[in-house]
Write a protein that binds this ligand. Structure first.
Ligand code: ARG
Ligand code: GLU
Length: 707
């Protein structure tokens, strides 16, 4: 049966197993010349040089790494920047209180003095990139051991970077590509004074919430605005009230024409991680081991937080951010697993590997690589399960996470730690009565879940029934100083020796230590790290082999949070039998979803009013509809949030913010029939700023093209 299936897939999909499918790929801007012909054939009117040029201002100067995991883009000559609402989220939350709830009500700076500084937030512009493979690998030979290789590479990278930024205010980093077959250096300019300018209320910016997250049709106005400030010399500077708006080399023009089904688009941004070339073992581990455990444990957490959020506005604000991030992975992994199953991902990979084995049979360099890979994955897999439990169950509660701080005081000395813990705890206890039952339930259920799956012998939870285990856990929770302000003050007030002793005996610390020592014993850590190192090294050989095997294929390097271009077409898709999704959504869909009883589907009265009057300004499409979002075949991943989506002329038409659930396996396996990125239509964004918020002055800063 299995064999038949493999032959079938091989015959239909895998004529050239590793060839890129149409629209797949995240390409290196500096090497985009290689894609230019294909991009122009697909409809692009501009050149690769318009996108990336070291000698002249080009589109890349308008595209930024926002914080450490999103993308943003300049849309005005005065440093105004667009990104997603969910990328600016933590800054919006940070400035929100129950009285000034910007998260719920939105925030619009009506003049520059109202823009809010966001300490800690940085924005990074790529100045130039360079292939530094030769310099980085200088001194490495075929005989060099893996460990020595690492040392040499590290040393070379430092030297290359230091030289590149000498006498400038730039920062350089080097990143490996194709598992270290190639290295590129990125010379960056990092801006440190970034201010919040605007954000829609959450029932626009997060409309649909976690219910609609990862889904199409979508109606989320997922954008927020910031401004970059610099010193008077237009160079990055720490926050100062004397700083002035940055004048970018390039800002994006905005097209009001919109896009139609079939139109060329490209996404320019910072995709984080993909694993396009991994072997079947990884795909199997993700779909059948890691994802199911993570999903089950996160369901426990989400159930408790969601219930609490329904109880009070205070709790809603408190948990909003963490729920968004827990739910995000939770839902994505469900889609990923389904996608892998639908595509027979494991079998597909096995079929590709068979081809490779045949090809490699007479090549000593490559012959054993896949066998060795399997051995190493088997070792990794054993430990990986425990590490997943540790991060998703042991660390699920605040209670257990706070033991880490306590242990730190005992093991690493004071150094301000006691003071910090006392301060943090005072804050923690402020709403303890409300929060504690939630945290306690999460703690107990997650540990019980592990106990039920065989963790008993390692955690001193040697009971026979779940209810006995629960009772023990409850005792641990209630007796620990971490849940008792008086006890904690007393503990942290003790003399050092006595305190260390008392901390070690706290039941929470004891439990945590047992779980930690079990999951992260030296032996396990070594087993995992050795397997992981070996896999990285084997991947380097494997991918080099595949490139030799298919010399005519253009292999895109896996995403690694460096600037990339993905291109494709606006296109609907068929998610399931008898269902076709068209490529764009409109404000009418918001009103279809409206439900005052469901938090995620509340509609702002003012938005409804504009809709009733069809007061869309010049942001409507030719049919008179107000478009909200659209989907396309651009290959994107986490980190591409906030990325500009550009049309054939390189003008901004949308802001990328998500992928369709049915295609979330695209980090591992791309399928043009299902993989779609989701973008906010720029016209909806402008409509909200201008018509809804009355912040016309912000739109006036931008360059709108209306023909
Ligand atoms: N799925 C999108 C991404 O991966 C949006 C996440 C934030 N939104 C949310 N409802 N949790 O970033
Ligand atoms: N929302 C994602 C992000 O934060 C983008 C969606 C994806 O993973 O493609 O980058």
């Amino acid at each position: 049966m299995r064999k038949k299936l493999i032959t079938l897939i091989a015959a239909t999909l895998l004529l050239v197993p590793t060839a890129m499918r149409a629209d797949e790929g995240m390409w290196i801007p500096m090497l985009l010349g290689r894609n230019q012909a294909a991009m122009q054939k697909a409809g692009m009117h501009i050149t690769a040089q318009d996108i990336y040029d070291v000698n002249n201002a080009s589109l890349k100067d308008a595209v930024l790494l926002f914080g450490s995991g999103c993308t943003g883009e300049f849309v005005s000559q005065e440093g105004l920047l667009l990104t997603n609402h969910h990328c600016g989220y933590s800054y919006i939350v940070r400035h929100s209180t129950v009285e000034h709830d910007y998260l719920t009500n939105g925030f619009w700076a009506m003049n520059r003095s109202e823009e809010i500084p966001c300490p800690g937030l940085t924005v990074t512009r790529l100045v130039r990139m360079e292939d530094v493979t030769r310099q980085v690998l200088e001194g490495v030979t075929d005989q060099t051991s893996e460990q020595d290789r690492e040392t040499i590479v590290e040393k070379n990278i430092q030297a290359v970077c230091a030289k590149a930024v000498e006498g400038t205010h730039y920062k350089a980093i080097v990143k490996p590509f194709y598992y270290g077959n190639q290295y590129f250096m990125y010379v960056n300019e990092v801006f440190t004074d970034v201010r919040l300018v605007g954000a829609p209320p959450s029932n626009i910016g997060k409309f649909g919430g976690d219910t609609d997250n990862w889904m199409w049709p979508r109606h989320t106005g997922d954008f927020s605005m910031f401004r970059v400030y610099v010193g008077k010399d237009n160079k990055p500077a720490a926050y100062s009230k004397d700083n002035v708006p940055y004048r970018p080399l390039k800002h994006l023009e905005i097209s009001l024409k919109g896009v139609d089904e079939g139109d060329f688009t490209f996404v320019f941004g910072y995709p984080g991680t993909t694993r396009r070339y991994v072997t079947h073992d990884y795909v199997d581990m993700a779909a059948n081991q890691t994802n199911p455990v993570r999903i089950a444990l996160r369901t426990i957490r989400l159930d408790h937080y969601n219930a609490a959020m329904r109880r009070s506005a205070g709790q809603r604000l408190k948990y909003a951010s963490r729920v968004a991030s827990i739910a995000n992975g939770w839902k994505k992994w469900q889609g990923e697993t389904l996608g892998i199953e639908r595509l027979h991902g494991v079998e597909q990979k096995i079929a590709q590997e068979e081809q490779f084995r045949k090809w490699a049979a007479d090549k000593p360099e490559y012959r054993d690589v896949l066998d060795q890979m399997e051995d190493n994955y088997a070792k990794m897999r054993e430990v990986e399960l425990e590490w997943t439990y540790f991060s998703e169950a042991v660390l699920a509660s605040d209670f257990m996470r706070r033991t880490i701080e306590l242990r730190g005081i005992a093991s690493r000395g004071d150094d301000g730690r006691v003071e910090k813990m006392l301060n943090d705890s005072r804050k923690y206890f402020e709403d303890f009565e409300e929060h504690s039952p939630v945290d306690k339930a999460i703690f107990i259920e997650c540990f019980t879940y592990m106990w039920e799956r065989g963790f008993a012998p390692y955690m001193n939870l040697k009971h026979t029934t779940a209810s006995e285990v629960e009772a023990t856990l409850e005792k641990i929770y209630d007796k620990s100083a971490l849940n008792n302000p008086k006890k904690l003050e007393k503990l942290l007030g003790m003399k050092r020796e006595k305190m260390i002793h008392a901390i070690a005996k706290d039941p929470a610390v004891e439990l945590f230590a047992q779980a930690y020592d079990y999951c992260y014993s030296d032996k396990k850590r070594q087993q995992y790290n050795t397997a992981d190192d070996n896999i990285q090294r084997l991947m380097r050989t494997y991918i080099r082999g595949m490139m030799e095997q298919y010399p005519d294929s253009n292999f895109f390097p896996d995403a690694n949070l460096t600037l990339r271009v993905a291109y494709g077409h606006v296109e609907g898709f068929r998610p399931k039998d008898a269902t076709y999704y068209t490529a764009y959504s409109t404000i009418d869909g918001i009103m279809e979803k409206e439900n005052p009883d469901v938090y995620d589907y509340r509609v702002e009265p003012r938005l409804k009013e504009l809709w009733q009057k069809k007061d869309y300004g010049h942001y409507a499409n030719k049919k008179g509809e107000l478009p909200v979002a659209f989907i396309a075949t651009n290959h994107t991943t986490g980190g591409n949030s906030g990325s500009p989506v550009l049309n054939a002329d390189g003008q901004l038409v949308g802001i990328n913010f998500d992928r369709c659930w049915e295609g979330t396996m695209s980090d591992l396996l791309f399928d043009p029939a299902y993989c779609r990125n989701i973008s906010l239509d720029i016209r909806y964004c402008l409509f909200i700023i201008d018509k809804y918020a009355g912040a016309r002055h912000l739109v006036d800063e931008m360059t709108l093209i209306d023909n």
